[in-house]
Design a protein. Sequence first.
Length: 244
Amino acid sequence: KTIFKLVKNKNQTENVNEIIKRLIDATQKNLLKALKPKLEVISLKENMLLSDALEIIKKYNYTKYPVLDEDGEFIGIFYLRDLLKNLEKINELTIRKLTKPAISIPYNYTILQALEFLRKKRVSMAFVINENGIIIGIVTIEDLVEEIVGDIKGEYEILDIVKISDDEYRISGGLSFDEFLKFIKENFNVELEIESDASTIAGFVMNSLNRMPVVGDKITIRNFIIEVIETDGYRIKFLKFKKI
């Protein structure tokens, strides 16, 4: 039932049939298909100060991060909400102090088994362990659902860039910064030469503000204004982009 709620499309019958097929496949497909290998995971080190972690968070704009100990082993998960509760102590507290335990899931679970496991535990991320109990990566609900739903798209899909009016657009905070620059070049014939270590437009805006964002915050780039129009806590969900 949950999976079907995720998709609304003008070709609903066709999409539902495709999802049913994918659900059947998901009862046999191993969760390793949705695994993020340990070396590819964006993580935080346990001995980092919150102020240092904030720089990474602004760059990647995630709400949770696996935490590594001094030996490079996962020891738990750090949640952005815990940083926001301790902003006055960001130069004192380390990541370790706010790290929460994580659940582990066997590598031989199927996609559907893993999804149901996370749902019952009411968590959105878990460490994946091999037959020796060694953590080999992480899996998230989002990645598991993607394996089932795939790239099914339609008129109700939430797009990264939506035109509101002439020269005005709504932009998802998760849009990659490179794609954002490409969009400006293709639609306004303007090539912005901006160097930034931010991977998303939300991260770029947070870096430009040099603080946590609030709705109504604006930055100006050449002849363009970017305004924060929706947040989730201190995570930027949507921005408005306008030519001036």
